[in-house]
Design a protein around this ligand. Structure first.
Ligand code: GDP
Ligand code: MG
Length: 603
C-alpha cells in the first residue's frame, strides 16, 4: 500500500464513553472480524479489562478500508481511558497523525476528555471530534457541541455523530479519517528506522515489541540495534495485527507491527527507543518520557513458602508492564518481599488482581505511599554521605524527627468537571484533602470545571471513589504532576499491644494527625476480628499516643451454642473456622486479615 494511503490514528476518550465498542465496530466495518461473532470488545484482551470494563494496555489493529475504490491501510491504536494510564495514551499518540476525540453525547465533556484533548493538541495531531451514543434517549449532541466549542474552539460543523453500539455513522467516520488525517511522514527509501512504542511478554515467544516503522523496511533474519543500549538482536518473527497476528516476512515504512527478537526481558525493550539495522547508523526518532511510578506499596508472600512462586509471578507480570518498578524489600513482620512502584492506585489494584487471576498468587499488599522528599539537618555524616536530601517511598524508613530539617511532598494539578449542583460538596472534599483552588469556569449552563493544587498522597487512595459517591457518579477527575512542595509532615505509627507495626505506619500532614489517628484506630478495630487475646490499637507520633481502641478477647468458640450436640455439624463449623483463619497473617501475635494493610487507608 502506498504511503499516501496510510492513516495512523488513536481513539481517545473519557472512560466508558465507548472507545472499545467503537473499535469493535471499526473492525467489523472494515471486515477484519465478522459482525456479531459474539466477541465484544475484541481489543480488550486481559481478563481484568473485561471484568472491570477498562482498557489497561493499549492494543493495536491494522485495518484495510476501501474509499472511492482505493484501499487504505488504517492503523488503529486503542488507548486506556483511566487517569492512571495517561502515559499509555501519550505513548500511543506518538505513533499517530490524528485522533478521534470521542465524547458521550449524554455525559458530555469530562475531565479525561480535557486531558486527552490537550495531549493530542500538544502533539500537533489532527483531532476528529466524534459524539457517541446518539441513540440514547437523553443524548444532547447540541449541548456537547457547545461544550467542545467553548472549551476547545471546535467548530460544531466538524463534529461527527455516531452510535458505536448500533453502528450508526461509522462509515462517515472512516471517511473522515481518510480525508482529514494526513499520511505518516515516512520514507521507504531511507535506511530502516522504527519507533518502539510498546512491549509485551509471551510465555512461548519471549518479549514482543510493537514498532511503528518510520523509514525503510525490515525482514526476518535482519540484525537490529537499539539506539538506547546499542545492543543488537536478530529478528525472529514479524507480524501485523489484523487484529489477530498475521505473520509476515517483511514490514515497511508506514506499517505497525509486532517483532520478536530474542530479548530476554522487557527491560531491554525500552519504550520510546529507536531501532535500526546494525549495519547502518541513523539518528534517533524523537522519543517520549517513560512513565514514572507515583505510588509505592510493599508486596509480601502470604507465608515464606510462597516466596519463590510470588517472585516468578511478579517477574512475569512486570515483563508485560514496564511501568511497574520493582525493588527488593524486607520487613520484620512480613519477611522478605518487594517494594513495587505503580502509576496510581488503580494500577496497583489491577496489578494485584492480575497476580491473582493469572498466577494464582495472593500476596499481602501494604498501604500505598507516594515519594516524599526529606531534607536532613546538616551534620558531618550527611555532608560526607551526600544524604542531605533523601527520597522516601516507604514510611518504615522515615527518619527520626530530630534529624529532619524540612519535608516536601509531591503535588498535582487536579481537574474536576461537575454539575454545579454538587459544587459545594466537591469544594468541601477538595478542602478536606488540603486542596487549593486555582481556577473555576463554567463549561455550559450547569457544569463547572474546577482546577486545584492537591497533594498527591491525598488523592491516591480514595479521592476518585469519594468524588464519584458525593456527585452520584456525575463528576470526573484527572490530574497531572506538578512537582514538590514544602509541607509539615509527620510519621504516624500504629502499635498493636504495644508493638509498633511498621507496615501500618503512614505519613500524615500535621494538621490531620489527630483525625487520622482516630480514623486509623477505628478502622483497624473494624477490620481486625476478635481473638483469644485482648488487642490494644494505638496511633502515635514520635512516641506520643494520639488515639486508642480496644478489641475485647473472644472466649467462646463457635460451636458453643450447639451445646456439644451434633458431631458432624460441630466438625463442619470447626473446619469453617479454620478456613477463616487461614486467610490471616500473624503479626505481633495477632492475626490480621490479608487485606488489613491496604484497607486501613480506605474510608
Ligand atoms: P470505553 O471505556 O471507552 O472503552 O467504553 P466501552 O466501549 O467499554 O463502553 C462503555 C459502555 O457504553 C458499554 O456498556 C457500552 O455498551 C456502552 N456504549 C458504547 N457505545 C454506545 C452507544 O453508541 N450507544 C449506547 N447506548 N451505549 C453505548
Ligand atoms: Mg475500553
Amino acid at each position: 500500500i502506498p504511503i499516501e494511503k496510510i492513516r495512523n490514528f488513536s481513539i481517545i476518550a473519557h472512560v466508558d464513553h465507548g472507545k472499545s465498542t467503537l473499535a469493535d465496530r471499526l473492525l467489523e466495518h472494515t471486515g477484519a472480524v465478522v459482525p456479531n461473532s459474539g466477541h465484544n470488545q475484541i481489543l480488550d484482551k486481559l481478563q481484568v479489562e473485561r471484568e472491570r470494563g477498562i482498557t489497561v494496555k493499549a492494543q493495536t489493529a491494522s485495518l484495510l478500508y476501501t474509499y472511492r475504490n482505493e484501499t487504505y491501510l488504517l492503523n488503529l491504536i486503542d488507548t486506556p481511558g483511566h487517569v492512571d494510564f495517561s502515559n499509555e495514551v501519550a505513548r500511543s499518540l506518538s505513533a499517530c497523525q490524528g485522533v478521534i476525540l470521542l465524547v458521550d453525547s449524554n455525559d458530555g465533556v469530562q475531565a479525561q476528555t480535557v486531558a486527552n484533548f490537550y495531549l493530542a493538541f500538544g502533539n500537533d495531531l489532527v483531532i476528529v471530534p466524534v459524539l457517541n451514543k446518539i441513540d440514547l434517549k437523553n443524548a444532547n449532541p447540541d449541548r456537547v457541541c457547545r461544550q467542545l466549542e467553548s472549551l476547545f474552539d471546535i467548530n460544531p460543523n466538524e463534529v461527527l455523530k455516531v452510535s458505536a453500539k448500533l453502528g450508526i455513522g461509522i462509515d462517515e467516520m472512516l471517511e473522515a479519517i481518510v480525508t482529514r488525517l494526513p499520511p505518516p511522514n515516512v520514507n521507504r527509501d531511507a535506511p530502516f528506522r522504527a519507533l518502539l512504542f510498546d512491549s509485551s511478554y509471551d510465555k512461548y515467544r519471549g518479549v514482543l515489541s510493537l514498532i511503528s516503522v518510520n523509514d525503510g523496511s525490515l525482514k526476518i533474519g535482519d540484525t537490529i540495534q537499539s539506539c538506547h543500549t546499542q545492543s543488537t538482536y536478530e529478528i525472529k518473527s514479524i507480524s501485523l495485527l489484523t487484529p489477530n497476528e498475521k505473520p509476515v516476512n517483511t514490514i515497511t515504512a508506514g506499517q505497525i507491527g509486532l517483532i520478536g527478537c530474542n530479548m530476554r526481558t522487557s527491560k531491554e525493550a525500552h519504550i520510546g527507543d529507536t531501532i535500526h539495522l546494525a549495519s547502518e547508523s541513523v539518528d534517533a526518532l524523537p522519543g517520549f518520557q517513560p512513565s514514572r511510578p507515583m505510588v509505592f506499596a510493599g508486596i509480601y508472600p502470604f507465608d515464606q513458602s510462597q516466596h519463590v512462586h510470588l517472585r516468578s509471578a511478579i517477574e512475569k507480570l512486570v515483563l508485560n508492564d514496564s511501568a511497574v518498578s520493582v525493588d527488593i524489600d524486607s520487613s520484620p513482620a512480613l519477611g522478605q518481599g518487594w517494594r513495587l512502584g505503580f502509576l496510581g492506585l488503580l494500577h496497583l489494584e489491577v496489578f494485584s488482581q492480575r497476580l491473582q487471576q493469572e498466577y494464582e498468587a495472593e500476596p499481602i499488599i501494604t498501604a500505598p505511599s507516594v515519594i516524599y522528599k526529606v531534607k536532613l539537618k546538616r551534620t558531618k555524616q550527611t555532608i560526607k554521605d551526600g544524604t542531605e536530601e533523601i527520597l522516601i517511598n516507604n514510611p518504615a524508613v522515615w527518619p527520626e524527627v530530630y534529624k529532619i530539617e524540612e519535608c516536601f511532598e509531591p503535588m498535582v494539578i487536579g481537574t474536576i468537571i461537575t454539575p454545579d449542583k454538587y459544587l459545594g460538596a466537591v469544594m468541601a472534599l477538595c478542602m478536606e484533602r488540603r486542596g487549593l483552588q486555582k481556577n473555576a469556569v463554567n463549561i455550559d449552563n450547569d457544569r463547572v470545571m474546577l482546577q486545584y493544587d492537591l497533594p498527591l498522597c491525598e488523592i491516591v487512595v480514595d479521592f476518585h471513589d469519594t468524588l464519584k459517591t458525593i456527585t452520584s457518579g456525575f463528576a470526573s477527575f484527572d490530574y497531572e504532576d506538578s512537582g514538590y512542595q514544602s509541607s509539615n509532615l509527620v510519621k504516624m505509627s500504629i502499635l498493636l499491644n504495644g508493638v509498633c507495626v511498621e507496615e501500618l505506619s503512614t505519613i500524615v500532614h500535621l494538621s490531620k494527625a489527630q483525625t487520622m489517628a482516630k480514623k486509623l484506630t477505628l478502622k483497624l478495630k473494624e477490620i481486625i476480628p476478635r481473638q483469644m487475646i485482648h488487642i490494644a490499637i494505638q496511633a502515635s507520633i514520635g512516641g506520643k499516643v494520639l488515639a486508642r481502641q480496644d478489641i475485647k478477647a473472644y472466649r467462646k468458640d463457635v460451636t458453643q451454642k450447639l451445646y456439644g450436640g451434633d458431631v458432624t455439624r460441630r466438625k463442619k463449623l470447626l473446619a469453617q473456622q479454620a478456613a477463616g483463619k487461614k486467610k490471616m497473617r500473624s503479626v505481633a501475635n495477632i492475626s490480621l486479615p490479608r487485606e488489613t494493610f491496604i484497607d486501613v487507608l480506605k474510608k
